[in-house]
Design a binder for this molecule. Structure first.
Ligand code: ZN
Length: 58
């Protein structure tokens, strides 16, 4: 995910530099931020601001 161009997991829009995004993920069982970073690569899904607000109201 990181190192490649990230995309919104809902609308597949390219995430641009400076865009506000949301990350959807399941909280890992084991704690620790370094683990969360690794975890994001496998489990994290970006959601663009647009789709995030749509989900909220819908
Ligand atoms: Zn989107």
């Amino acid at each position: 995910m990181f190192g490649e161009k990230p995309k919104c997991s809902v609308c597949s829009k390219d995430i641009e530099d400076g865009d506000e995004v949301f990350v959807k993920m399941r909280y890992p069982k084991r704690k620790g931020f370094t683990e969360i970073k690794a975890y994001l690569k496998n489990e994290g899904r970006f959601i663009c601001e647009n789709c995030f607000h749509q989900n909220k109201s819908g």
